[in-house]
Design a protein around this ligand. Structure first.
Ligand SMILES: O=C(O)CCC(=O)C(=O)O
Length: 312
């Protein structure tokens, strides 16, 4: 995208991480993956070249709306959203801990909603990931659902240390359920980062559970990190139904939701792998235990919206 594109967008709003405004010079636009794809290898080649595939409007609007509404209703039921709850406006209150004695149980229930699973583990993502792998794929049972109020952002990291213990053939699919304009904390990827050899070396054999001396997150500010490598932070104004798919070495994070209208951002991230590759039991089956073994209770999503996030 041209510099004018960012200037125009940033005239109306700003992009922030950790309370700091990100200058337009550091931003770039995610390239759309144009459908229909005629040959599977096109997807594979593009993923290999860019480190990500961006599919605007991949998921059917009605399915997205239904799933979003079901999640919002459950957040309303614990008093975290104002009425009408479909608007997704944070109430700055929570009765989650009062109504559910186990945070993990509540979040597992929300994460296992039928309408949500129809999107995250349904045929659309199954088909597209199978095309990318060139063999039938399966979505993990363990889901990372994120209801993100103002003030939260996700630190820079790649996903290999979480999901590649049993197979390296894993993809992350990040799904937008709400409008995620630049002020609402969209995901960003660092341009070309899947080819940063020092990062690969650092994270290739890293397992966030076993290698306690190392952190999964990169502490350096993503803007200065990217700038030193002549790379941009690639992002966009996401719409409900947009899906971003990326590999295990692609560095990414999420900008801060600093929107003044108090609307939360709702997304989920799910991993897919070829069905015939060995499966990590932490992420498959009924009530999977998750990365550290604490089930759904270990997720930031399990925290009441009034509570701050942890960093791994
Ligand atoms: O949505 C976010 O804030 C972070 C998502 C993420 O880190 C991922 O999909 O791996």
């Amino acid at each position: 995208m041209s510099p004018e594109y960012w200037s125009q967008l940033l005239d109306k709003t700003s992009v922030m991480i950790n309370d700091c405004v990100v200058g337009e010079n550091f931003l770039g636009e995610l390239q759309q993956t144009v459908q229909p794809i005629h040959h599977e290898c096109e997807l594979h080649l593009k993923l290999d070249r860019d480190g990500y595939l961006f599919f605007p409007g991949l998921i059917d609007t009605r399915e997205i709306q239904a799933a979003r509404s079901a999640v919002f209703k459950q957040l309303k039921d614990v008093d975290e959203l104002e009425d009408p709850y479909e608007e997704g406006i944070f109430s700055h209150r929570s009765r989650r801990d009062e109504l559910y004695k186990d945070r993990g149980e509540f979040w597992e229930m929300v994460s296992n909603g039928e309408l949500l699973r129809k999107v995250s583990n349904g045929p659309t993502l199954q088909k597209i990931t199978s095309k990318i792998f060139g063999s039938p794929a399966i979505g993990f049972d363990y889901l990372f659902l994120r209801a993100v109020p103002r003030g939260r952002f996700t630190h820079l990291h790649c996903d290999s240390g979480f999901f590649t213990r049993f197979t390296k053939k894993v993809l992350t699919c990040w799904i937008a359920f709400t409008d995620i304009t630049l002020d609402k904390g969209p995901l960003f990827v660092i341009e070309g980062s899947h080819k940063f050899m020092d990062i690969r070396k650092n994270f290739d054999n890293f397992d966030v559970v076993f290698n306690k001396e190392q952190k999964a997150s990169i502490d350096e500010d993503p803007v200065s990190f990217a700038n030193k490598r002549n790379a941009k932070l690639l992002t966009t104004n996401f719409k409900p139904g947009d899906v971003l798919i990326f590999g295990m070495h692609t560095l990414h994070g999420a900008f801060e939701n600093h929107a003044t209208d108090d609307r939360i951002r709702l997304t989920c991230d799910i991993r897919y792998q070829p069905i015939n590759e060995p499966r990590d039991p932490r992420y498959f089956g009924v009530s999977p235990e998750g990365t550290t073994g604490a089930g759904y209770g270990e997720l930031n999503g399990a925290r009441p919206l009034t509570e701050d996030w942890h960093v791994r």
